[in-house]
Design a protein around this ligand. Structure first.
Ligand code: CMC
Length: 427
């Protein structure tokens, strides 16, 4: 592509600049399109729209590449830790040993939540979905931490970000404990970020909690795989909410609400429920047929992705992790057999090949999380813990961008044209 793009409207021609990023498609800068031509662009679902400039995450959907600040996800999952990835996403570079120790310490010092926050949980029914609790409680943080809400101050923004990353596991574990009627556990600052979360979730005050290093590593890897994913629906929601200058905690709550949907973060829960429903490999054919049937709204959950049209690099790592965890725990779960066979059948089926539908990150994550002991309702909550890192990093990037302005899309209006109001007696 050249360095400009031309558009003809009636007899006039307009020229727009084309910008190149460091990788990926060039973009046509149409910011002046409306003022010059009176036209809007129409792109529901933003399939062809770059909504912002960002230096955090790069995805090449065709080649199955995912980079955070340039580093491939496979290398990060293999060699790094979730805390280090959090530092990387927030600060742009991998930390030195000293920077990392300071960062870990800072996060650790923010893991407790305000004691009064506990009272909020009592307002929920015991059978409330933990994502409903997460939306409410994280939104409520905005009422507790007034000293970190001046978004024009970079230091306060960073404190709010550290607070959210640190408190999310505590809030999530409390949501779980509340549902099962066990006491909340305070964080233990001698443990790692992930170890602490596992203890707060599965430990009880009456006993010492024994942390299994394989499970801790697997959980940490799952967090890495979900840490950020460019301008996905929940991240775009956080950016849009933040673009009005809204309270940072409230912005993250909006991301949680978006993530909950089954087409996004709710897919891991839906994928495991689907595998359980299929139950045995001999029933897979029936479900493949349903997924292909235009009259049936059923979709194979954990398959397909808006951006990845070759393979999801996160799914590969997730499958390996699933094998590790199931072997370590000695779990012989028939659901894993169903998953493996379903994957093979779908990958060789013309419908899925033609539509470029591959297993995504959520296809195997449910199998692992279930083996570790999480109920399906907690799956999306775990995604939210990890994605908080991406959300706060993207939010920080947006607020510090001098070109930042309120997000305000336009529309193709198809409602009635102007008409006069008719009093009720005359209708
Ligand atoms: N099973 C069966 N058919 C499918 C599936 C599926 N999982 N996904 C897409 N298709 C078909 C769809 O019916 C459509 O067919 P046609 O062209 O004949 O109308 C075609 O493939 C394109 O689908 P689309 O909905 O236009 O594609 P999209 O890029 O807008 O949707 C998606 C992406 C992830 C929403 C979709 O693939 C889906 O609903 N997958 C299942 C839910 C899921 O696993 N979501 C997790 C995404 S990864 C985690 C995350 O990032 O949150």
């Amino acid at each position: 592509m050249g360095d400009s793009a031309k558009i003809s409207v009636n007899d006039s021609e307009y020229e727009y600049g084309v910008h190149s990023g460091s990788c990926g498609p060039d973009v046509v800068d149409i910011r002046k399109l409306y003022s010059e031509t009176g036209l809007f662009t129409f792109d529901p679902g933003f399939k062809s729209t770059a909504s912002c400039e960002s230096g955090l995450t790069y995805i090449d959907g065709g080649q199955g590449i995912l980079l955070h600040r340039g580093y491939p996800i496979e290398q990060l999952a293999e060699q790094s830790s979730f805390m280090e990835v959090a530092y990387l996403l927030l600060n742009g570079e991998l930390p030195s040993s000293k920077e990392f120790a300071d960062f870990e310490r800072t996060i650790t010092l923010h893991t407790m939540v305000h004691e009064q926050l506990k009272e909020l949980y009592r307002g929920f029914r015991r059978d409330a979905h933990p994502m409903a609790i997460m939306c409410g409680v994280v939104g409520a943080l905005s009422a507790f931490y007034h000293d970190s809400t001046d978004i024009t101050d970079p230091e306060q923004r960073m404190i709010a970000s550290h607070r959210m990353i640190a408190k999310m596991p505590t809030i999530a574990a409390m949501a779980y404990k509340y549902a099962i009627g066990q006491p909340f556990l305070y964080p233990d600052n001698d443990l790692s970020y992930t170890g602490n979360f596992l203890r707060m979730t599965f430990g009880v005050p009456a006993e010492e909690y024994e942390l299994d290093p394989v499970i801790e590593k697997a959980m940490d890897r799952i967090f890495i795989l979900h840490a950020d994913h460019e301008q996905n629906a929940s991240t775009s929601t956080v950016r849009l909410a933040g673009s009005s200058g809204a309270n940072p905690f409230a912005c993250i709550a909006s991301g949680i609400a978006c993530l909950w949907g089954p087409a996004h973060g709710g897919a891991n829960e839906a994928a495991l429920n689907m595998l359980r429903e299929i139950g045995t490999p001999d029933r897979i054919g029936e479900y493949i047929d349903r997924a292909k049937d235009k009259e049936d709204p059923f979709r194979l959950m954990g398959f397909g992705h808006r951006v990845y049209k070759n393979f999801d690099p996160r799914a590969k790592v997730m499958k390996e992790t699933a094998t590790d965890v199931l072997n370590t725990l000695g779990v012989d779960d028939p659901i894993f057999d169903v998953a493996r066979e379903l994957e093979q059948i779908a990958l060789n089926d013309e419908y899925f090949i033609e539509k470029k539908l591959y297993p995504n990150v959520d296809f195997y994550s449910g199998v692992i999380l279930s083996a570790i002991g999480f109920p399906t309702t907690m799956f999306t909550v775990l995604f939210a813990i990890a994605r908080t890192v991406g959300w706060v990093a993207q939010w920080n990037e947006m607020i510090s961008d001098p070109d930042q302005t309120i997000g305000r899309p336009r529309q193709l209006y198809t409602g009635p044209e102007q008409r006069d109001y008719v009093p009720v007696g005359s209708r």
